[in-house]
Design a protein around this ligand. Sequence first.
Ligand code: 5GP
Ligand code: MG
Ligand code: MG
Length: 183
Amino acid sequence: SLPPTDVSMMTIKDKTFVPFITEEAIQARIQELAEQINQAYADKKPLIVVVLNGAFLFAADLAKHLTISCEITFIRVASYTATESSGQLKEILGLNESIAGRDLIVVEDIVDTGFTLYEVCQQLQEKEPASIAIATLLFKPTALKKQLDLHYVGFEIENRFVLGYGLDYDGLGRNTPNILVLE
Ligand code: 5GP
Ligand code: MG
Ligand code: MG
């Protein structure tokens, strides 16, 4: 295998991040998740819905281990404030496929409060897919505020800010093979 290329430390503005999950651990876990998905969807042709930007590396590495027949598409979730009282609403951008009757696998980088995926899943549900499953690389159970069924979870982590392997701080730091955590 390739030599380890983990980034040992990263400073962005005034924030210092230190190693948290190695590239090796990430890749091993993704292989396990892919095997679970391959088994569960052996007789199906799911539509994999990748939530950009954060999930781009996770989705790419996961997809390389999927042996099932599947389609892969990419969405963005835009936040906008409709009124003071209703707070932040989410709009799904980029979903051009018809999803009615399809088996969806939504691929996310991290579930924190769960608000984002909760709203995304509600909006997808309105288009009457056959099923919706969620695959998230990271999950912060103690931060969760919404009832969400997470089918494929890479790592449960404590409620700390993480960076790398797709996840950013202020737009930077997505381009590491390992995950780092705010010191
Ligand atoms: P949620 O709606 O579940 O609270 O948060 C979803 C989004 O917040 C994630 O998709 C991600 O973009 C961002 N987020 C939550 N926690 C973290 C974190 O620890 N690090 C980074 N970089 N982004 C996070
Ligand atoms: Mg995300
Ligand atoms: Mg971000």
